[in-house]
Design a protein around this ligand. Structure first.
Ligand code: PGA
Length: 545
């Protein structure tokens, strides 16, 4: 798959490969094309584990006389310092072993910085001049360090433009230690081409393979240019191709959160950063059109981001993978099956409240907790149960906590039952009781606020509470009593690490939590959602992790 990633008007080409073998052959192909187009090309070469497969293929191609290195000049990116050429860990040794001794390149045309140079500064200058006098690098091969270095240009406040001697960071020393028997033997310094030296190459290929490059590739793609990820500078080069295998790249997940008025789409990367977000209007009347709209937008996003998985959160009841939602045209709709076949990749569907709970559990208020119950307080009460970091769905429908019975034979609920928790502890219940109290207490502040606005809502009730209105206080106390009773029941059943509350009313913050804590018997932490309205897209996306 070939994608073009735009960054502020610059384009980085991305070749996304199935695996390391494909990456190696794609990279070798680009080098071969370069040599065929210009037999006396100047190549900038890299060491490390990543280009080994590419070198193997180049050797085979050279043996089959498909490519010729006899006129090629090469300059290597870097070399440890101090180190002798004979040391099996030196890059001199690496290049000889993996390429130079196996192809028809002339030894005098290969250039690697001298790891034993008495005067490293002079050696670096000599190296720069040689690159210059050879006409400059036509094609530079680069690997990328887990810390974002290219060559040994380590993350730093400032980056060096020219070839130079540099101390290595702890992260690089650790990464390099896999090649050495003893940690103490890993060199602490190196000679490396500078950012300017690399930048002057006419064409650059940047190779990244393996899960341990996942985070840095994501940073490269999604952060602005910064010197703490030196590879981000490449975004300003006019001809860079990133060749990545799926393990290094496929770490982005697409989350879709279907709502009654809008459908939110978000791309979440492996470091749990929301790297893209957009929304479209919900077509509430036509199932085919609604699913088509979702699929079209997913496809559009997938052209820009290589998505490993798609997760969808939807309101309603999911039973046997069929969705039924009152305010959407889903009537036993096989949403998962339909979207998977439209998009030709696996799609996972869950209830939107479950998704929001998962989002909060993985990267929101419940981040440190394994088991959480999320309670969404709005027109009704929704819930999500996260056990061991995963959504507990039951047969597909678990988490309908708003309909647990809190009062036998109590108020009638839209679900057909009586005494459901949401009839007492939702915002609608609070407003209903407050409006009744306003009418019954004509001298109250609540009454005058109600009269002025023609209605009450959560915000207006808190306004009356601020003004210490006894009528509002009585309604609120009763409300908290019911809210706490439900929370205590849930805690008794699940014994979670944390309760996370969400919904508009949680905007009141401590004004809700502090009095609520007086009613809740358990001492389990109760926190307010930190991802707010994005929790659903996070959770939907992260179902694929
Ligand atoms: P690697 O090293 O290919 O061994 O992962 C890349 C680098 O550090 O630049």
């Amino acid at each position: 798959m070939i994608l073009s990633i735009e960054w502020g008007g610059f384009f980085m080409k991305l070749i996304l490969c199935e695996d390391y073998d494909e990456l190696s052959s794609k990279a070798a192909q680009i080098v071969a094309e370069q040599l065929k187009a210009k037999p006396d090309s100047v190549l900038g070469l890299a060491t490390g584990a990543t280009p080994v497969g590419m070198y193997r293929i180049l050797v085979q191609m050279n043996r089959k006389k498909e490519i010729d290195f006899s006129k090629v000049k090469s300059f290597n990116l870097d070399e440890y310092y101090p180190i002798s050429d004979a040391n099996t860990q030196s890059y001199h040794y690496f290049m000889k072993e993996n390429l130079f001794s196996k192809i028809d390149i002339l030894p005098e045309n290969t250039h690697i910085l001298n790891g034993l140079a008495d005067d490293p500064e002079a050696e670096c200058e000599r190296f720069e001049e040689m690159i210059e006098s050879s006409g400059g690098i036509d094609l530079q091969v680069l690997g990328i360090g887990q810390n974002g270095h290219i060559g040994f240009n380590e993350p730093s406040v400032t980056l060096n433009s020219k070839t130079h001697l540099t101390p290595l960071t702890e992260s690089t020393i650790n990464a390099n230690s896999r090649f050495f028997e003893r940690y103490e033997d890993v060199p602490r310094q190196a000679l490396t081409m500078g950012m300017g030296t690399i930048f002057r190459a006419k064409k650059i290929i940047l190779l990244a393979s393996g899960e341990n490059k996942n985070k840095v590739v994501s940073e490269l793609m999604n952060s602005d240019i910064n010197t703490s990820v030196p590879a981000t500078m490449l975004k300003l080069h006019p001809d860079v191709t990133l060749i990545c295998d799926k393990t290094a790249y496929m770490s982005q997940y697409l989350g879709v959160d279907i709502g009654g008025t809008e459908i939110k789409f978000g791309v979440v990367d492996s470091s749990h950063k929301l790297v893209h977000r957009e929304s479209i209007q919900t077509n509430c009347t036509n199932e085919k059109k609604l699913i088509g709209d979702i699929a079209d937008k997913c496809r559009e996003i997938m052209e820009k981001y290589p998505i490993a998985h798609i997760g969808v959160g939807t309101p309603g009841i999911i039973h046997d993978n069929k969705v039924a939602a009152v305010n959407l045209p889903f009537n036993n709709t096989e949403l998962e099956k339909k979207l998977s076949s439209y998009l030709d990749m696996p799609v996972k569907v869950s209830n939107d409240a479950n998704c929001a709970a998962l989002g909060e559990a993985v990267c929101g208020a419940g981040k440190s907790a394994k088991n959480i119950i999320m309670i969404t307080i709005g027109t009704g009460i929704g819930g999500g149960i996260i056990i061991g970091g995963k959504i507990y769905q039951g047969r597909g429908n678990a988490g309908e906590i708003g309909h647990m019975c809190i009062q036998i034979g109590g108020k009638e609920c839209s679900c057909g039952l009586r005494g459901c928790w949401e009839r007492y502890a939702s915002v609608s219940a609070l407003v209903e009781n407050a409006e009744k109290a306003a009418k019954d207490n004509v001298d109250s502040v609540l009454h005058s606020i109600y009269n002025k606005n023609g209605e009450l809502n959560g915000k207006l009730i808190f306004e009356a509470l601020e003004k210490k209105c006894p009528a509002a206080q009585a309604v609120f106390s009763e409300y908290l009593h019911y809210l706490a009773a439900g929370i205590d029941s849930l805690i008794l059943i699940f014994d979670p690490d944390m309760i996370v509350l969400s919904g508009g009313i949680t905007g009141a913050g401590d004004k809700l939590i502090n009095p609520l804590l007086k009613y809740v018997k358990s001492d389990i932490p109760i926190k307010i959602s930190s991802l707010k309205s994005d929790a659903g897209i996070y959770g939907a996306a992260l179902m694929g992790e």
